[in-house]
Design a protein around this ligand. Structure first.
Ligand code: PLP
Length: 406
């Protein structure tokens, strides 16, 4: 564990007030706040070190290139990836998954082939597969979670059939906080020769990740949830899968030579990175991951587990609040509805008046909302800098909301 007050000092925005109240930021599942080190790196990136990367033969271009390319090694270390060249830069998980859909799945799947998904996937890990369903006749198969919100790995493994050509599974639900045993799933899938894409958008923020141990083929992360700049991110792609992929977007940087008649491509990972990238964003992501590793992923996980336990005990004490998802070992993410409250938005508006920032809506998880039989929930999602006092502030604000709804 660590001194959370010391951590909080690194995040300037946490000192501000909202609606005359101290900010209680519990919308981390949507996007996390940024430490001073990231803010400074972004400022420095533009104020002192900015130029386009790769193409220059001048000092600033070389400096920006060195810093930008250096982030591959940081991401590889963060993900336990054997080789930085397996890291493809993206603008976030959405782009990473679309790259796999267009670059790998469109090349290897045909009509009637199946993609296996869990019912708690984010739209980013659903809609690209619907594209393949619409355009190619690929079939989407779904595995349900149980009444606690847990996903039984054996159920996923049993659902793999002769037509299954890809599994696309989240490691942590952005709605329920359920943590999925992706390692067991990946090892079984590998024995059956089926590749697995893991959506690490939420999991990588809250626990140590090691893609080599997990045994997946693709692992997508998104920088803005990892305390980094928005529009930064990466996908780890196993070397053998990279070799099977075609580029998704075409343009500068991803080519070696272009003539009127033909084009030859750069080596991976640049083969999959077309156009001028988010240079400063990606440099900021490197600083964010260094910051997280400096604090220690195990210590972040331990702090958040204690917050989860405390929040769970306080929220389950409110008998007019329905918390969705009680899977053992879940993360510190709580989605709920409230007796008497018309819509989740009404709850979040009242909480906001108390300075408590939560999210309300379907959380880009339509199939899960259908499965739960709700149209929307309120979601409080915790991060490394949250405190037990903030759990209390959430509960106080919920009690006020409940009083108001009668
Ligand atoms: N997957 C999960 C589980 C998420 O929570 C999110 C973001 O909320 C995404 C994918 C999409 O991430 P992004 O919008 O950064 O691409």
């Amino acid at each position: 564990m660590y001194d959370v007050q010391e951590i909080r000092k690194d995040f300037p925005i946490l000192a501000r007030e909202v609606n005359g109240k101290p900010l209680v930021y519990l919308d981390n599942g949507a996007s996390a706040q940024k430490p001073r080190a990231v803010i400074d790196a972004v400022t420095r990136g533009y104020a002192e070190e900015y130029a386009n990367v790769h193409r220059g033969l001048h000092y600033l271009s070389n400096l920006a290139t060195e810093k930008y390319e250096g982030v591959r090694e940081i991401i590889a270390r963060f993900l336990g990836a054997p080789d930085p060249e397996e890291i493809v830069y993206t603008t976030g998980t959405t782009m990473g998954i679309n790259l796999v859909a267009y670059g790998w799945a469109m090349e290897h799947l045909k009509a009637g082939d199946e993609i296996l998904l869990s019912v708690m996937e984010h739209h980013a890990n659903i809609v690209p597969w619907h594209f393949l369903r619409e355009r190619m006749g690929v079939v989407l198969k779904w595995v349900d979670v149980d009444e606690t919100g847990a996903l039984d790995p054996q159920k996923v493994i049993d659902a793999i059939g002769p037509k299954t050509k890809l599994l696309a599974i989240t490691q942590m639900s952005n709605v329920l906080g359920t943590v999925v045993d992706v390692k067991t799933i990946c090892h079984a899938a590998r024995e059956k020769g089926v590749p697995v894409l893991v959506d690490g958008s939420q999991a990588a923020v809250h626990m140590p990740v090691n893609v080599a141990e997990i045994g997946c083929d693709f692992y997508a992360i998104t920088g803005h949830k990892l305390y980094g700049p928005s529009a930064s991110g990466a996908i780890w792609i196993a070397k053998n899968r990279m070799a099977e992929m075609r580029p998704f977007m075409g343009g500068g940087d991803m080519i070696r030579e272009v003539s009127k008649d033909e084009v030859t491509y750069n080596d991976p990972p640049m083969k999959f990175e077309a156009g001028t990238p988010g240079i400063v964003q990606q440099i900021g992501l490197g600083v964010a991951l260094d910051y997280m590793m400096g604090v220690g992923m195990d210590r972040i996980a331990a702090h958040e587990a204690s917050l989860r336990d405390y929040a769970q005990s306080r929220l389950t004490g409110l008998n007019w609040l329905q918390v969705q998802g009680h899977a053992p070992g879940k993360g510190a993410i709580f989605s709920f509805t409230m007796d008497g409250a018309g819509h989740a938005h009404d709850i979040s508006t009242i909480l906001d008046k108390k300075g408590v920032a939560v999210r309300a809506g379907h959380h880009c998880a339509g199939p899960l909302m259908d499965h739960l039989g709700v149209t929307a929930t309120c979601r409080a999602s915790f991060a490394m800098y949250n405190t037990v006092e903030e759990v209390d502030a959430l509960v106080d604000a919920l009690e006020l909301a409940h009083d108001l709804f009668g």
